[in-house]
Design a protein around this ligand. Structure first.
Ligand SMILES: *[C@@H]1O[C@H](CO)[C@@H](O)[C@H](O)[C@H]1NC(C)=O
Ligand SMILES: *[C@@H]1O[C@H](CO)[C@@H](O)[C@H](O)[C@H]1NC(C)=O
Length: 346
């Protein structure tokens, strides 16, 4: 045999031995990644025990925001409100359904819908006062009451929604400062509490976690935020929130980008997870890399996993009658700016 032939024979025998070894375990073929990750296998089996206690049909309420979300391109009706479809897709991708909570509907309707959901999401936007703020404040209060009454009822405030929660908890108008963070791709600096049980970042795969400070995987698009020092030294905020992550703006000023309630499942997040996978306006520069999309998915998994801990199991027909599927999204992205699709309520 020539040297080449000996080498080929050796190669194929080795390959065959490896395949047999891989197939031999339980008759299943394990991919290399599965053979190395006992980490993920063991954590999934520890979740399995708790599965029976979880609510596997979670429903999320999303509060609508005043306007058409498209600067009048879609509707100028004065009491129109909208939910960008990206938030709905975000929730759906985590395995939950959505019921729209209209900021301007009657308190009776709002209460009825709040009884049908397992958590609420406050979106980005521009409105910081008036009926929108009042309704957001009301829904937040109801969410805290639900937790006080023993249900696990998560709240996720994204961008403006998060900033409003910070202002409400602070009970002080001027805790936010201006930052240079409009359409800014960012790194995240994780704080030690990011490792706490039940926190957003604890749900990220470990390789993705370590990339957050190396790759710009999140988009900030806001002019206001709070400094870590102010959050910690404001008595109300310091008592309520732990800081999970900070980012740096264009002027090297550091702001809190993720905070989490110490005693309530409330998460405030200034970067916008829904955009990486679901918004395509070129002016915004949302990152669309595979890792950026994994950030979206991990965040959705986190939020919906929190909602599964809610024991609220409402009447199935009432849920269906109120789902966002009773509305059709409208394409608003043809202008190449703003949201790609919005649900309009008018
Ligand atoms: C709303 O008003 C603006 C300004 O007058 C106009 O350009 C736009 O076409 C209107 N939108 C609709 C949907 O009619
Ligand atoms: C924001 O940062 C950019 C780039 O560093 C700078 O040109 C701009 O003046 C800053 N804007 C404000 C409002 O400070």
């Amino acid at each position: 045999m020539s040297n080449d032939n000996v080498f080929s024979l050796f190669f194929f025998v080795t390959l065959f031995t490896c395949l047999v070894a891989a197939i031999a375990q339980d008759g299943h073929i394990f991919l290399p990644s599965q053979l190395n990750q006992d980490n993920s296998l063991s954590s999934s089996s520890s979740y399995a025990a708790a599965d029976s206690k979880l609510n596997q049909r979670p429903v999320i309420g999303i509060l609508s925001h005043p306007g058409d979300g498209s600067s009048g391109r879609l509707s100028n009706v004065s009491d129109v409100s909208y939910i960008a479809a990206s938030y709905v897709k975000f929730v759906e991708s985590g395995g939950a359904r959505v019921i729209p909570l209209l900021y301007n509907e009657s308190p009776q309707n709002l209460n009825k819908k709040l009884d049908l959901v397992n958590g609420v999401l406050f979106t980005g936007g521009w409105a910081t006062s008036g009926p929108y703020l009042q309704t957001l404040q009301y829904v937040f209060k109801k969410a805290l009451e639900r937790n006080d009454a023993g249900d696990h009822f998560p709240v996720l405030g994204l961008n403006l929604g998060g900033n409003l929660l910070i202002k409400i908890v602070a009970d002080q108008g001027d805790v936010l400062e201006t930052f240079n963070a409009s359409s800014l791709l960012s790194y995240l600096q994780l704080w030690s509490s990011a490792n706490d049980e039940g926190s957003l970042y604890q749900r990220f795969p470990s390789d993705l976690l370590s990339l957050l400070s190396i790759e710009t995987l999140v988009l900030h698009n806001h002019k206001y935020a709070i400094t870590p020092r102010k959050l910690q030294y404001n008595r109300n905020l310091g008592n309520f929130f732990d800081i999970l992550a900070t980012s740096t703006d264009r002027d090297d000023k550091i702001f809190v980008t993720t905070a989490r309630g110490k005693n309530y499942p409330v998460t405030v997040n200034l970067w916008q997870p829904e955009k990486n996978a679901f918004e395509w306006a070129t002016s915004l520069k949302a990152p669309h890399t595979e890792n950026a999309v994994r950030v979206t998915q991990s965040t959705a998994n986190f939020f919906v996993s929190e909602a599964r801990k809610s024991s609220n199991k409402p009447n199935a027909q009432e849920v269906r009658d109120n789902l966002i599927y009773n509305y059709q999204p409208t394409y608003g992205g043809a202008a190449g700016k703003g949201y790609d699709q919005v649900y309009l309520f008018q």
